[in-house]
Design a protein around this ligand. Structure first.
Ligand code: SDX
Length: 428
């Protein structure tokens, strides 16, 4: 007999089923609440609301646990590659060597971008933010690669997924080169996914890029750590837009726009801007900590806090280790790493941060790693988007195949004026 919750309203008691997840999480199923009681629930920001059952990613915010299809992210960061983790997220299991080879060949075959898109990039305003460019270009992919009626729905989805995974990386590097007035570097068949991206970004006829295996490993780990995070803001945007049965390119473009926000994926850029401000102000942390503690000040300590993690973000811990490894190898000291470490030390002992369960999140150290890899500041969130793409796709596919699927359409509580008549202009 499944558990129920009792709700008593206007003297009547209703039994609501309790749903239990595979890790013991429990939810009150309110899918029939309005029909039974005439009531809806109110939950700004969906802080207490689950919008789906999902088998993709498990996050335990109290214990700092993150698993993709049951595998701890620490093990994937240590043993896997971004392409293999992408296969795991989208297909629900680790690939055999043959499956991985086939997947890599497919990604290679679809890594070029339609030549007409180059004109698109070339005429985009130079002041545009790379996230705005990326969301436009991803949305444009449907126009350049229209649906082919003869293809089955499954074939159409598989080729669209492969195109997105492979071309987003090429488009990001392409826009970087074009915006600097440099010649576009095409993807190479003999390079792996991450090495290809670094080569497309940094190779030039006068200074050939030498593949740095340490940097390739660091980039794989960076993208693995960003690959999915259950129902975050941008994934929820992909699911919501996708629920209208629009094409996948458009749903992903919506996810890119949501991720652009400084409270979400844009935080990695905002963290480095904040650390730069502290550095340029002489390195004194207190003025920034005082603003963060001040409830009347909208300033937030970027890279700290999380809707779900109420302890150290496990991804932030791994990112910090990779920063030290990469910077140690490059031997170029980054003053921002020293400031970030001091800020972390002070904040973790500060009563305000302790009381509010504010710990470094994934964005706190990721920007320092991207700096060490030579990625320009305004492309930091694009790097997050490339990493999150397999997560968005896997979550979209799960909702697309969900037998309980409905178009997402939340209710509201109306608090506006009651009925009133139109007032002619002469009487206003
Ligand atoms: C990502 O959801 C995901 O999974 C996202 C993500 C993913 O992988 O997809 O993990 C990626 O987006 C990480 C978060 C990156 N954002 C930042 O680093 C921006 C700074 N962080 C904050 O804006 C904030 O912590 C959020 C947005 C991340 C979470 O905000 P919540 O859960 O809505 O919490 P809140 O804003 O209601 O804050 C609760 C309290 C408030 O104080 P009180 O009014 O209760 O006294 O905590 C305070 C806030 O003022 N607070 C902070 C703070 N974060 C929360 N105070 C100072 N600095 C901060 N960073």
């Amino acid at each position: 007999m499944s558990e129920t919750a009792r709700l008593t309203v206007d003297g009547k008691t209703f039994e609501l089923p309790i749903v239990v997840g595979s890790e013991g999480e429990r939810a009150i199923d309110i899918s029939r609440l309005r029909r039974q009681t005439g009531l809806v629930t109110l939950d700004p920001g969906f802080v207490n609301t689950a919008n789906c059952r999902s088998a993709i990613t498990f996050v335990d915010g109290e214990r700092g646990v993150l698993r993709y299809r049951g595998i701890p992210v620490e093990q994937l960061a240590e043993h896997s590659t971004f392409v293999e983790t992408t296969y795991l997220l989208i297909n629900g299991r680790l690939p055999t060597q043959e499956q991985l080879n086939q997947f890599s060949v497919l990604l290679n075959d679809h890594s070029m971008v339609h030549e007409d898109m180059r004109a698109f990039f070339e005429h985009y305003p130079r002041s545009a933010h790379p996230m705005g460019i990326l969301s436009s270009m991803v949305n444009a992919l449907r126009a350049f690669y229209p649906k082919i009626p003869e293809r089955s729905q499954e074939e159409e989805i598989n080729i669209t997924v492969t195109r997105l995974l492979s071309k987003v990386r090429t488009m990001a590097a392409m826009s970087y080169k074009i915006f600097r007035g440099h010649r576009v570097v095409l993807p190479r068949h003999d390079l792996t996914y991450a090495a290809n991206f670094l080569n497309m970004m940094f190779d030039s006829p006068v200074r050939p890029y030498i593949i740095d295996e340490e940097a390739v490993t660091a980039l794989n780990i960076f993208w693995i750590l960003h690959a999915d995070h259950e129902q975050n803001c941008s994934t929820s945007a992909v699911r919501l837009v996708g629920s209208a049965r629009v094409n996948l390119y458009a749903a992903i473009s919506a996810g890119i726009c949501a991720l652009w926000g400084p409270l979400h994926g844009g935080a990695n850029q905002a963290v480095v801007e904040m650390l730069n401000q502290i550095h340029e102000a002489g390195g004194d942390l207190e003025p920034f900590l005082a603003r963060a503690r001040d409830r009347n000040d909208p300033f937030r300590l970027m890279g700290f806090g999380h809707r779900v993690y109420k302890t150290y973000d496990p991804r932030g811990r791994i990112m910090k280790e990779v920063c030290h490894r990469i910077l140690g190898k490059i031997t170029r000291k980054d003053p921002l790493l020293e400031i970030a470490q001091r800020l972390e030390e002070v904040a973790l002992k500060d009563p305000y941060f302790i009381d509010h369960n504010l710990y470094p999140n994934i964005d706190f150290y990721s920007g320092i790693l991207l700096r060490a890899l030579g990625i320009p500041l305004n492309m930091f969130t694009v790097m997050f988007a490339i990493g999150r793409l397999p997560g968005w796709i896997s979550q979209w596919k799960e909702s697309f195949e969900d037998p309980d699927w409905k178009i997402s359409r939340p209710r509201q509580i109306y608090v506006g004026p009651q009925k009133q008549d139109y007032v002619p202009m002469k009487d206003r």
